[in-house]
Design a protein around this ligand. Structure first.
Ligand SMILES: Nc1nc2c(ncn2[C@@H]2O[C@H](COP(=O)(O)OP(=O)(O)OP(=O)(O)O)[C@@H](O)[C@H]2O)c(=O)[nH]1
Ligand SMILES: [Mg+2]
Length: 410
């Protein structure tokens, strides 16, 4: 396992990972996973194997050796990859389960699969003139705002127009409550039966960092499977909406036409992140309060700092029950995407997001390492107690703990 981990790291640092399918024994018997030109022919109709070239690098010595992966592991990765890029839902679901796993060996296999899918996607993007193949939209809002109902009607409209839509959920509370899967599934009944839609609830365990990491990776897998629109739904609690805003191209905030109390929970910071605010349930008696909320948010947004050079946030009203405003909301989303693509901001944002994610994963991992370190755990209760009693300063306690950590780490 350690060997595979090191190997993975080496390949990542050299920008190359190659694990060709086990069926291509013509490549394997050479002692490495170097693909010869004749091996680039794919088995998937209409798909070439050229993407392997992109991930395999040139130096044979840097190739991943077959002994790093057992036969069943190679077959598993091959089956998942082939199934995934040919758009099979079962393979996509299984691949997402693999990235969600806590099992150390499977985690490594998941990274190998991800690198392959990333390489495949990069190749597709370069054929697409460097433009992303999919549009990622984050949808957030207070509980009961109408997010799932909105996704259901917009989703149906999109699949009818020929799109393939993936819906992922980020719900860290599902770790403790068992999740809103049941509720969401029942509210997206039509979409969950739609062959051009793929709905995946939030994983049932893990920290916010863990859940958002796997959501990020699930986005990549969905795009590899040919989904050209990815919706990420989040419940408006804690930090999850900020995390989602950091992983999508467009962040949409859904607000119900409710009184001030219900809107209290919406943090000002997250309103600043919204490229589009949708006032939901704008039907029947709720049209009047919906108009009022729309006017309030329109003036509030004018006072906020602009996050894009080419886009001004908009506030719209819609009803998932009457369908009124729904095509217009999607038209606004498309207009945002086209504007941001044309200015290059969307691509730039994606690049910046990758860096942000890398650092947030490092932070989380280093902190976990620190907190579980033996010397730190030994010294922590005593020092924490002294800090709370005011005997020593927090700064000194932190210095002492860091010293204990680094002394036994080096
Ligand atoms: N009148 C009206 N009610 C709606 C509309 N959309 C949703 N609702 C109702 O609002 C309630 C919540 O809707 P959901 O779509 O489940 O809201 P949500 O934001 O996904 O909820 P959570 O996932 O629990 O946070 C349900 O009872 C819906 O029937 C709408 O357009 N008009
Ligand atoms: Mg919901």
């Amino acid at each position: 396992m350690r060997r595979l981990g090191l190997c993975l790291l080496r390949h990542m640092s050299s920008g190359s990972i190659a694990v060709p399918p086990v069926t291509r024994t013509c490549c394997l018997h050479r002692g490495g996973f170097t693909a010869s030109p004749q091996c680039y022919r794919g088995t998937v109709p209409g798909h070439s194997w050229h993407h392997w070239r992109g991930v395999s690098g040139s130096a044979g010595s840097r190739q991943m050796h077959p002994q790093d992966l057992s036969g069943p592991e190679q077959r598993l990765l091959h089956k998942l990859y082939e199934g995934l890029i040919s758009g099979q839902r079962a393979s996509l679901a299984e691949s997402i389960t693999l990235v969600e796993t806590q099992h150390p060996r499977k985690k490594e296999l998941a990274q190998v699969l991800l690198q392959r899918v990333l390489a495949y996607r990069r190749e597709q993007e370069s054929r697409n003139g460097g433009k992303p193949m999919a549009f990622r939209v984050g949808l957030s809002g207070p509980p009961g705002a109408g997010k799932s109902s909105f996704i259901e009607v917009v989703g149906k409209m999109l699949t009818e127009r020929g799109h393939k839509l993936a819906v992922l959920a980020v719900d860290p509370s599902s770790c403790t409550t068992g999740g809103s899967l049941l509720g969401d599934k029942t509210r997206m009944t039509e979409l969950s039966r739609d062959m051009n839609a793929f709905i995946r609830p939030s994983p049932a365990s893990g920290t916010l960092g863990g859940v958002t990491r796997t959501t990020n990776e699930a986005i990549v897998l969905c795009e590899g499977a040919g989904y050209d629109i990815v919706f990420v739904e989040t419940v408006g609690v804690g930090q999850s909406e900020f995390a989602v805003a950091d992983m999508v191209d467009m962040f949409v905030l859904l607000i119900p036409p409710a009184g001030g109390d219900e809107l209290q929970g919406i943090k000002r910071g997250i309103i600043e992140r919204a490229e589009l605010v949708v006032v939901t349930k704008s039907d029947g008696d709720l049209v009047v309060p919906a108009r009022r909320i729309q006017a309030e948010y329109t003036s509030a947004l004018k006072l906020l700092r602009r996050t894009s050079k080419s886009w001004n946030p908009k506030v719209v009203r819609a009803s998932s029950q009457t369908f009124e405003g729904i095509p217009e909301v999607w038209a606004k989303m498309e207009s945002y995407r086209d504007t941001m693509l044309a200015s290059g901001e969307l691509q730039g944002r994606r690049r910046a997001q990758q860096r942000v994610w890398m650092w947030s994963l490092i932070q989380e991992s280093v902190l976990r390492h620190f907190q579980t370190h033996l010397s730190v755990r030994e010294a922590l209760p005593r020092l924490e107690e002294k800090v709370t009693r005011g005997v020593i300063s927090p700064g000194l306690a932190a210095d002492l703990l860091l010293k204990a950590f680094t002394a036994s780490s080096t």
